[in-house]
Design a protein around this ligand. Structure first.
Ligand SMILES: Nc1ncnc2c1ncn2[C@@H]1O[C@H](COP(=O)(O)OP(=O)(O)OP(=O)(O)O)[C@@H](O)[C@H]1O
Ligand SMILES: [Mg+2]
Length: 303
């Protein structure tokens, strides 16, 4: 059986309700199959909403609904350890450096969070256990950078591969001149091919039809502005359009009229979630909120 998993990235300005919408969406999607809600949000709010006891583990929340909260610090530590291992394996002579220092430095490196998110996304696309994966994303800036990086990394890695292949070819010529045996297998080159494969697969997956973008706004100027920016980004970088726009915490006030008019003009499917009297904070609050939504209307976009 070919598993056609659907990955849904929920994006929006801080506080608009990304986590809430991700929960509502993943709950609804259980009507169509097994659904995993994966939160990349560094603030780890999912733990509070779903009463999850620990991070980095898939928890069963309800029938066909699973959830996992990433812990950025734990994930960064894992990556640092992995790099130290890689240095030991590929370049043992560098082990004279204090590798523990490298671990401590990596966690402050620019781009390390994006690196974590890229790895997590790649894992999510590779898992075969779910029909739907709903990703509760970190703040928009870092999310967009993460989405674009596989393309950039592919360009860099192509260059590195070119250089490494040239080195090997030179080593071969020298060995032949000296009449020595030459070992073609090169672990650095193999690692580079492996990485290239990860980045190109990820890039294709994000661009592909099994990835959808759900953009969340509130009836306020700044969140809507951010939605406009994300739409532009998706169009330019991926030639894609959002699958669904969600107007969350919707109220019918005169102040929101102008924003709502502008939102309604956007040529994409829309869902409106009313502002609840009390902020939803538990799974049963979410189930309550869901009662006001037309499930079939929501599901039809992901069938
Ligand atoms: N429809 C709604 N009605 C009333 N309150 C809501 C609604 N949706 C979300 N909230 C409340 O708004 C706050 C922010 O929601 P949520 O945590 O889902 O946003 P977020 O975009 O994930 O935030 P962050 O950027 O901090 O991760 C929470 O207190 C939540 O309970
Ligand atoms: Mg959140």
């Amino acid at each position: 059986m070919v598993i056609t998993k659907h990955v849904i990235l929920v994006i929006g300005k801080g506080g608009v309700g990304k986590t809430t919408v991700s929960i509502l969406l993943s709950l609804t999607l259980t009507d169509l199959g097994n659904s995993l809600l994966y939160s990349l949000d560094p603030a780890k709010h999912l733990i509070k909403y779903l009463g999850i006891s620990d991070v980095m583990r898939h928890h069963k929340i309800a029938d066909k609904l699973y959830a996992c909260q990433l812990d950025l610090d734990v994930a960064i530590k894992k990556i640092s350890d992995h790099y130290v291992e890689l240095i030991r394996e590929l370049s043992p002579s560098l082990s004279v450096l204090n590798l523990d220092n490298i671990v401590n430095t990596i966690k402050y490196s620019p781009g390390i969070e994006e690196e974590v998110f890229i790895r997590e996304l790649h894992k999510l696309y590779s898992t075969e256990d779910y029909d739907y994966v709903v990703v509760d994303t970190p703040p928009t800036g870092i999310t967009l950078r993460t989405l674009i990086l596989p393309k950039l990394y592919t360009v860099w890695i192509e260059k590195l591969i070119e250089i490494r292949e040239r080195i090997i070819s030179l080593r071969y010529s020298i060995a032949r001149t000296l009449g020595k045996e030459f070992k073609f297998k090169d672990s650095v080159l193999e690692k580079l091919y492996e990485q290239r494969n990860i980045y190109t697969t990820l890039w294709e997956s994000i661009k592909g039809s099994n990835t959808s973008f759900v953009l969340v706004s509130n009836p306020e100027t700044m969140p809507l502005l951010e939605v406009h920016e994300v739409i532009k980004f998706l169009n330019t970088e991926f030639s894609k359009e959002p699958k669904l726009l969600v107007m969350n915490k919707y109220t019918n006030t005169p102040e929101s009229e102008e924003v709502m008019r502008s939102f309604n003009q956007l040529p994409y499917s829309k869902v409106f979630i009313r502002k609840a009297d009390r902020p939803p904070s538990t799974l049963s609050d979410m189930v309550e909120l869901l009662k006001n939504l037309d499930k079939d209307e929501l599901l039809k976009h992901f069938k």
